[in-house]
Design a protein around this ligand. Structure first.
Ligand SMILES: [Zn+2]
Length: 313
């Protein structure tokens, strides 16, 4: 039953995704990337928690090809995913990778970095990314070595950015400019989005979750405010951190905004009624249960985070 519901959910939402130009198979690994706009490629990760079987392939890394160089945006959750992505890049272009941009600190987005750590590659991120990674390095490494097992985890390294963004900045790939925006606290305190100015595509990292339940590791109020801000002048095409490789802003942001508003509204009402955190985790946001994959795995943690933030309003 559960699987049926999830299959229907994914099929229904996938139908709303923007068309894909071509799919690039990678023979040796069976992984592939979708070309969602000319020169813009995305690998679609699974909706799952880390396991040896999925090798941490549970988020959406991608890359953009300019006339001189390539920028990689996130690298997946293990060196295995990073190497698969590298192979996919080599199947598409002989131009070198110049930048690896990390959208935020979470292991499923940065633990493939080691596969790209060679001379001439510059790692870029939000100016708070290094601090976030350093504070959590020991915990992230310990947890992932257990969840992924030694074979997949081998070679994992935390690589902090050497190019840091505060506000907005530009990277040039040759006849192609990327605009990077470091955001105020939302999904985390180090979220960075990447806009390909040539096609108007914006990689939003985990500022957008589609199908996969969002996870709050920053500020529910900040996240809702960000969604409202971006909606004023929405991108033509977005890549979420989890979900289909390309969508319109409305298709990607509407369910996420509804989830976050529902949790915030329910938690505020429960706090007002004098309910405890443990009571709140049982009831707040339960109307969203059937709308998301991995709801059981993350929803209570989201309510806990929202409660801690909103009880001091
Ligand atoms: Zn994340």
């Amino acid at each position: 039953m559960e699987l049926d519901r999830r299959a229907c959910l994914q099929a229904g939402l996938a139908a709303a995704a923007l068309p894909v130009l071509r799919v690039i198979p990678v023979q040796a690994t069976g992984t592939f990337v979708h070309e969602i706009a000319p020169g813009v490629f995305v690998h679609r990760g699974q909706h799952a928690v880390f396991s040896p079987e999925n090798a941490g392939d549970i988020s959406n890394p991608g890359f953009i090809v300019g006339s001189d160089a390539v920028a990689v945006i996130d690298t997946g959750g293990s060196p295995v995913v990073g190497r698969n992505l590298k192979q996919a890049i080599e199947a598409v272009t002989s131009r070198p990778v110049r930048y690896v941009i990390n959208t935020h600190m979470h292991p499923d987005h940065v633990f493939g970095n080691a596969a790209f750590a060679t001379d001439g590659v510059v790692f870029a991120g939000h100016h708070k990314l290094e601090r976030g990674l350093t504070a959590r390095a020991d915990r992230y490494l310990a947890i992932n070595s257990v969840l992924l097992g030694p074979r997949v985890f081998e070679g994992t390294k935390i690589i902090a950015p050497s190019l840091n963004f505060d506000g907005t900045g530009t990277l040039d790939l040759g006849s192609r400019k990327l605009e990077l925006t470091a955001h105020p606290t939302a999904h985390t305190d180090n979220d960075l989005s990447v806009k390909d100015t040539t096609t108007g595509t914006v990689f939003m990292g985990d500022l957008l979750f589609v199908e996969h339940i969002p996870t709050i590791d920053g500020s529910i109020k900040g996240w809702l405010a960000l969604l409202d801000r971006v909606a004023q002048d929405p991108p033509v095409r977005v890549v979420p951190g989890h979900g289909p490789p390309a969508l319109t802003w409305a298709d990607a942001a509407t369910p996420l905004h509804r989830y976050l508003s529902t949790v915030a509204t329910d938690v505020r009402a429960l706090i007002k009624q004098g309910k405890t955190l443990s009571e709140a985790t049982e009831t707040a946001g339960q109307s969203e249960k059937d709308a998301w994959v991995l709801f059981e795995e993350y929803h209570k943690r989201n309510v806990t985070a929202a409660f801690a933030e909103l009880e001091w309003e």
